[in-house]
Ligand binder design. Structure first.
Ligand SMILES: Cc1cc2nc3c(=O)[nH]c(=O)nc-3n(C[C@H](O)[C@H](O)[C@H](O)COP(=O)(O)O)c2cc1C
Length: 308
């Protein structure tokens, strides 16, 4: 079955791709994604300066998911500006994930990266704001100020990667911001922040940074991801393409995201755990679910979730 999809006028050969941060930091990793069955190459979220990230262990996988506090290890935007044009040869979309430690960083990075013509830019709002304040995505005013400035310097399709919201009022406030800014797609959701995983044998936390607190991914966050995809699909009445992220480890998980309104799906934890062969498996599994259900493409079931 043909699993290709289109987002903001850009054609993706498959609806599956890596999530920002999963096996996409170095040139080697990005090229390996290019050679894989991934439907796109999504870069690690890039910052102004190169970063080593937090001390290890900083990622821990367990049966129902993962916890991480990576600390944005990345090569710095200048390096990605060199690499992105070389990724064109793989003939699949390149999505540049832009981060920062303040409004100015985002604008500088987005302006330079836009010049390299990635196919799309994903602005990662799960970034620290002023110390003591919540991450940018949890501050509607800060998000609006930042996105309005970034929008001015970006001419390729621009999307926003949002943190999970747990209250419809927060989703509605962010939807109004996005309406005013004018974005081309959404990536939902980033890690569920500030979880804590305990190893009872060692009587200890499992990652070193921040006393063990970290972002959660994998199966355990799927209902939160589906809820955010569904909520934003409804808020925009299906007009804004959504890339669903969170808890996809099988073709059925991807099907659930599509039913909720996603056009495509990103995979983080399962890609870290299983490596690049995961794309072939997920494509085979989704194709089989779609065929069994009588759908001839991912788009055919998009948003078709029934309510009781
Ligand atoms: C090791 C690791 C690094 C991540 N780095 C980033 C990042 O740089 N930018 C970003 O937007 N999300 C990052 N994420 C979040 C993922 O992109 C994704 O939103 C989250 O893990 C949920 O998807 P999953 O359930 O498939 O893991 C990272 C996740 C993991 C596990």
């Amino acid at each position: 079955m043909n699993l290709s999809i289109t987002i903001a006028g850009v054609r993706f050969p498959s609806c599956f791709m890596n999530a920002a941060g999963a096996r996409c930091v170095t040139r080697e990793e990005l090229e390996a994604l290019g050679r894989s069955q991934s439907g796109a190459i999504v870069t690690k979220s890039m910052t102004l300066e190169p970063r080593q990230g937090n001390p290890e262990p900083r990622y821990y996988g367990f049966p129902s998911g993962s916890i991480n506090s990576m600390g944005l290890p990345n090569l710095g935007y200048r390096a990605y500006a060199q690499i992105i044009p070389d990724l064109k040869r793989f003939q699949k979309p390149v999505i540049a994930s832009v981060a920062g430690f303040g409004e100015e960083d985002f604008v500088t990075i987005a302006a330079t990266i836009n010049e390299c013509r990635p196919d799309l830019i994903e602005v990662n709002l799960s970034c620290p704001n002023i110390p003591g304040e919540p991450q940018i995505g949890y501050d509607a005013e800060a998000s609006e100020r930042l996105l309005k400035r970034v929008r001015k310097v970006v001419s390729v399709p621009m999307g926003v990667k949002l943190p999970p919201y747990f209250d419809p009022a927060h989703q509605e406030a962010m939807a109004r911001v996005l309406e005013r800014v004018g974005v081309d797609f959404l990536s939902l959701i980033n890690s569920v922040g500030n979880g804590l995983v305990v190893d009872p044998e060692r009587e200890a936390v499992v990652i070193k940074p921040k006393g063990g607190f970290g972002g959660l991914g994998g199966t355990l966050i799927k209902p939160v991801a589906l809820a955010n995809v569904r909520a934003f699909w409804k808020l925009f009445a299906g007009r804004l393409p959504i890339i669903g992220t969170g808890g996809v480890i099988s073709g059925v998980d991807a099907f659930e995201h599509l039913l909720c309104g996603a056009s495509a799906v990103q995979v983080g934890t399962v890609l870290v755990e299983e490596d690049l062969g995961v794309f072939e498996r997920l494509e085979r599994e989704l194709a089989s679910v779609l065929a069994r259900k009588g759908y001839d493409s991912p788009a055919a079931c998009r948003g078709k979730l029934k309510e009781l």
